[in-house]
Structure formats: structure tokens, C-alpha cells
Design a protein around this ligand. Structure first.
Ligand code: NAG
Ligand code: NAG
Ligand code: NAG
Ligand code: NAG
Ligand code: NAG
Length: 447
């Protein structure tokens, strides 16, 4: 078909062209017909409509289980902490009211560095499907493609006339919102999914986009001109279309010490009972803002047999889009004091000598009354990758890092993937709750 015509000129400038004033400084402002201002980015666009087509739907029993991969870009890894901190900053600044008017400095002042550790799911879009490698993200909820591989219009593509903008801290995307069919696995096809097609993006080298599986509310206000709209996520649509029986996503990932490894599993529509040991502890999503807009929980962290306090009970988030385990600066100081860890200039991470590491004790995370042990080995960055991250074999580098601000600001920790890969976790969006359980890899000595 190829009838959609899209002519886009992205103008990186603060003001609309020809001196026109934005109608609303607090959001997308209309400058003149055909020209809109996306925060500080003016985009002139022409959209022509596409012909509508009818895909078929296949109903399957849930849950549907998919493999996903971890990929590390070793050349970019020195930025790991900075990227995670930039994302943390954007998460803390998040609120529905502000989603669109983050100041230019806040948005574009962050260097558009590359993701260095990606958790990737291959997703088909259209019919016949084009496969895209998408970052699996519980910390955002828009799904979009086209950062790397170009989007191809097929018979299932429909335009919406909306543009979409999402800012991630370490990057952003501005795109055209379309409706299309999403194939997550053979026969598991979500119809009429609203997704973004990137026009401009930064920070996503090596990736084609994001599959956002966080709370639906995170999509509200990301479209223009349909500014009040929210977008049903892939989980929402899979559930609404009867493809899955439960409105939840389970994630498991085995720790790995190789640069690229496909040993993650994501299950839509229920938990995979083969992937955890014991019971799942479920807790309600925290009531503290802004953590409550994400997969936010309350947790307490102590260190060692003596129970040295690291972080008193407070709110934070679990996030597959963050690599490290980030804790508030004051909590990190307590961790450094307890462990003897010092910042390492070469890698940006904390480090220990092998002798100190031999004495490193477990961290204990109390979530919903259950205490989860996070072993010394789990706190180490895989030692087989020390030189790949610019370090040496004389040290053990740690995955516990500084969130970049003091506790008490509503997001006092981010349990990123290096934490999550030691546990099985569940985001139950219908029940507004988070679940966590131990796995055969909780105590693994992989690192
Ligand atoms: C968002 O807009 C409101 C109202 O215009 C303003 O008070 C607030 O400071 C803005 N926030 C940011 C982050 O720019
Ligand atoms: C939001 O971001 C701006 C710019 O980086 C910063 O000055 C401000 O303190 C942040 N606000 C919060 C609540 O973190
Ligand atoms: C998709 O949208 C079309 C109309 O645009 C509708 O006829 C069809 O039923 C929808 N499919 C699903 C599964 O909702
Ligand atoms: C890896 O990181 C380097 C340095 O930041 C960057 O130039 C390169 O594009 C990245 N490659 C991928 C595949 O992300
Ligand atoms: C690490 O960097 C800081 C500031 O850049 C510097 O003061 C310190 O001497 C450096 N430490 C080492 C061990 O290079």
C-alpha cells in the first residue's frame, strides 16, 4: 500500500519559526497551521491518511511466555551510572502535569548517551511484520519503534494524526503515533495497538525502540494534539482482546557474565510457576508520589548480620529500564561505611579489593513483611566483564550506586535489573500490586 505520506522537518529551536508564539507555554503549543511546538522542539509535519485494513485475531491461553535478551555495549559502559542517574532524575521529576513541560535544559541538557545495558524483546509490527528489538521497560508505558530499523507501513497501519513525545532522562523520542498490529509470538497478535514511530530520537543506539509495560497512566499527556489522551499499553490490549486471562506481566532473568545472553523470560497474562521458589510476596503499589506513578513499592534495606541500617522504610521503584541498584546518597554513604567500598574513577562504580569482597555481607531487603537476601555475589558486577567496563582484575566493582540525591524525595531507590535478575517479579496492573519471589538464581555465584 504505502499510502501514508509523512513529511517531517524537525527544527531544534526554542521558538516557533517566523516568530509565532506558542499558545501554551506549559504544554505543546500551536504556532501556526502545520507547525507545532513539542516542548523546545518545533516540528513541522504533514500527515496523510492511510487505508484501513482488518487483521485477524487469534485467541490463546495465557500466560504467553517470551524469551528476552540482555546485551551489553562494552564500549559505552563507563556511562552506566550517569545514564541510570539521568533516568532517575527524570523519574523523580515525573508527574502528569509536568510530563510535557520539562524545561529544555532538563530535557535536552542531559547528554543523549547510549543505553549500555539493554534488555531486549523482539517484536513484530504490521502485516507482514517487521521485527524490532525493543527495550523491555516497566518504567515507561509508551511503545514505539523506528530508532534503529525503519518502520514499514503495511496493510494494518493506520495513522492517528497525533504526534507523540516521551522523555527518558538518557534520551527522548518524538514521533508519529499510528495504530498497528503487534506480534509478540507466532499466533499472539495484538490488534489496534497505538504505537509511536520515531521521527527524532536520541539515546537509543543499538535499539529499535521501547515496549513500555509500566502503568497506563504514564502514557497520559504524551500525545499531541490529543493532549488529554492516554494510550492503552500492549498488556491492556492483550487483556481487552482476550489474548491473556490476567492483566499482569511476570519477569525473570538469570544473572549472566557474558556480554550478550538470551536467558530472560517475560510472561504476559500470568506468572510462570516454573521460574520461582517459595511463595510470591505481593505488595500494593506505594501511595508515595511520584513512585506511585511507576511500579513503585515501599522497602527497607539493611546490611549484614548486624542489621546495619542502610535505608529506612521508604518508597522507590522497580525498573527494568535501569541497570544498577540505585539508592539515595545518604543510604549510599551508609553502605560505603559498612562495606569499605570506594568510588572508582575509571568505571564510575563503587569498588572493593578482593580481600574486602571476601568479607562483604548480604544486603537484606524487606518488602511487604518478607525479607529478601541479596548476596555479596549479587552486589558484584560480573568480574568476567571487569576489563570490558574499563576496570582491572585487581578490584571487584559493585552494582550498588548513588541515585544522585538525598532520601525523602519520593523515589529513594531504584531496584534496577541487576537487583531484579536475582528474583522473579510480577507487575499486576489490574490489582495495582507488585510481586516478588526468590528463584534458583537468588544465591547464584555467577558474578
Ligand atoms: C510546568 O508548567 C507549570 C505551569 O506553567 C510551571 O509552573 C512549572 O514550573 C513547569 N514545570 C517545569 C518542570 O517546567
Ligand atoms: C526537576 O528537574 C530540574 C532540572 O533538572 C531540577 O532543577 C528540579 O530540582 C527537579 N525537580 C525535582 C522535584 O526533582
Ligand atoms: C480494531 O479496530 C477496528 C476498527 O478500527 C475494529 O473493527 C476491530 O474490531 C478492532 N479489533 C479489535 C480486536 O479490537
Ligand atoms: C556502543 O557505545 C558506543 C560509545 O558510547 C557508541 O558509539 C555505539 O554506538 C554503541 N553501540 C551500540 C550498538 O549501542
Ligand atoms: C578520582 O577523581 C577525583 C575527582 O575527579 C580526583 O580528585 C581523585 O584524585 C581521583 N582518584 C583517583 C584514584 O584517580
Amino acid at each position: 500500500m504505502g499510502i501514508c505520506k509523512l513529511a517531517v522537518v524537525a527544527l531544534y529551536q526554542r521558538e516557533c519559526s517566523h516568530g509565532a508564539n506558542p499558545s501554551s507555554p506549559s504544554s505543546f503549543g500551536t504556532c501556526e497551521t502545520g507547525t507545532i511546538m513539542l516542548s523546545s522542539v518545533a516540528v513541522a509535519f504533514v500527515l496523510a491518511s492511510c487505508v484501513l485494513a482488518r487483521p485477524t485475531v487469534t485467541v490463546r491461553n495465557s500466560p504467553i511466555t517470551l524469551s528476552f535478551a540482555r546485551r551489553i555495549n562494552a564500549t559505552g559502559i563507563q556511562n552506566l551510572l550517569k545514564i541510570d542517574q539521568a533516568r532517575a532524575k527524570e523519574i523523580k521529576n515525573q508527574s502528569k502535569a509536568q510530563r510535557h513541560n520539562a524545561t529544555s535544559a532538563a530535557v535536552f541538557g542531559v547528554p543523549a548517551t547510549n543505553q549500555v545495558v539493554d534488555y531486549i524483546l523482539s517484536v513484530g509490527v504490521g502485516s507482514p511484520p517487521t521485527q524490532f528489538d525493543l527495550l523491555v521497560d516497566t518504567g515507561s508505558s509508551n511503545t514505539w519503534v523506528g530508532a534503529g530499523r525503519a518502520f514499514t507501513v503495511t496493510s494494518t497501519t493506520q495513522t492517528t494524526g497525533d504526534l507523540v513525545e516521551v522523555v527518558y532522562g538518557s534520551g527522548f523520542v518524538i514521533g508519529e503515533e499510528v495504530i498497528d498490529q503487534i506480534t509478540l509470538a507466532p499466533g499472539f497478535v495484538i490488534e489496534n495497538q497505538s504505537i509511536g514511530v520515531a521521527i527524532e530520537d536520541a539515546g537509543f543506539d543499538g535499539l529499535d525502540g521501547i515496549i513500555g509495560i509500566g502503568p497506563t497512566d504514564l502514557t497520559c499527556g504524551t500525545l499531541f494534539p490529543d493532549e488529554t489522551a492516554c494510550i492503552a499499553t500492549v498488556t491492556d490490549n492483550a487483556f481487552a482482546q482476550g489474548l491473556i486471562d490476567a492483566h499482569e506481566v511476570g519477569i525473570s532473568f538469570e544473572p549472566t557474565n557474558t556480554l550478550e545472553s538470551t536467558n530472560g523470560e517475560i510472561s504476559f497474562g500470568g506468572i510462570d510457576t516454573r521460574k520461582f521458589t517459595g511463595d510470591i510476596t505481593f505488595v500494593p503499589i506505594t501511595s508515595s508520589s511520584p513512585a506511585n506513578e511507576f511500579v513503585g513499592i515501599d522497602q527497607t534495606i539493611t546490611y549484614g548480620a548486624a542489621g546495619t541500617p542502610i535505608l529506612d522504610t521508604t518508597a522507590g521503584i522497580t525498573d527494568t529500564g535501569t541497570t544498577l541498584l540505585l539508592i539515595a546518597s545518604d543510604a549510599l554513604s551508609a553502605y560505603e561505611a559498612a562495606t569499605g567500598a570506594v568510588p572508582d574513577n575509571a568505571t564510575g562504580l563503587l569498588r572493593l579489593t578482593p580481600a574486602q569482597f571476601a568479607n562483604l555481607e548480604s544486603l537484606f531487603f524487606t518488602i511487604g513483611g518478607t525479607t529478601f537476601e541479596f548476596t555479596a555475589n549479587a552486589q558484584a558486577f560480573p568480574r568476567a566483564l571487569n576489563t570490558a567496563i574499563g576496570g582491572t582484575n585487581d578490584f571487584v566493582y559493585l552494582i550498588v550506586g548513588d541515585i544522585g540525591s538525598l532520601s525523602g524525595e519520593g523515589v529513594d531507590f531504584i531496584d534496577g535489573m541487576t537487583f531484579l535478575e536475582r528474583f522473579y517479579t510480577v507487575f499486576d496492573s489490574a490489582g495495582n500490586r507488585f510481586g516478588i519471589a526468590t528463584t534458583p538464581f537468588t544465591d547464584a555465584t555467577t558474578n
